[in-house]
Design a binder for this molecule. Sequence first.
Ligand code: M1P
Length: 258
Amino acid sequence: MASVVPFSQRERGDVICLFDVDGTLTPARRTASPEMLDLLKQVRQKAVIGFVGGSDLAKITEQLAVHGQNITDDFDFCFAENGLTAIRLGKELESQSFIKWLGEEKYKKLVRFILHYIADLDIPIKRGTFIEFRNGMINVSPIGRNASVNERNEFEAYDKEHKVRAKLVELLKKEFADYGLTYSIGGQISFDVFPHSWDKTYALKFVERENFKEIHFFGDKTYQGGNDYEIYEDPRTIGHAVTKPEDTMAELRKLFNL
Ligand code: M1P
């Protein structure tokens, strides 16, 4: 990996800024703008930076490593799947797995229930990949993850009115009450399912060890039920609620006099 200035030699090396990805560094599921990437470089010269995304590392890489570079070259900390995939200065940190935690039998029951439910669901269109199996979670999408950008936008609007995801989440909470699972609607077409406390605060355990004086977190879904809520509210972080990437940039310029 490219040579990196040690944290201790940065002007504010005792400060870390952690960023949600969709809606905070980039528009939902899109790539980061050149202005954002440039500003992040400037911030990194002064402080320590990292992202904490719900998506897997491959998807976040598509969004943030827009010149085909290695994502770990541009961020000191990379936390994908809420930190279940964790990388510090290019080196992978320990991780856990959803399937090991839940067990195959319970997992099969959950998948069977969800797929039956989605099969019977009458929504305007369906595409493919209704459950995506990840290391630290599963991601469930009633329309399917193969939806195009237009189809995503249409589903999001439809879901606002018809609450397709919220209804399924409520049902799963009742049906699998003993599973100890959290359901988080973080994006446009899907929701994430993971064990209680494997929300974005999971990533903080890796950051805490470094004894930063300030841990700033920037996110757009900081309201209760949003997937940034827990880390934004956590007493260990200084929360910044933003509504779009331009907001994040304005906050960063203020914070670091850029
Ligand atoms: O980062 C927020 C969410 O982004 C995607 O959601 P969707 O495809 O519904 O827009 C998913 O990767 C999801 O896991 C993630 O939480």
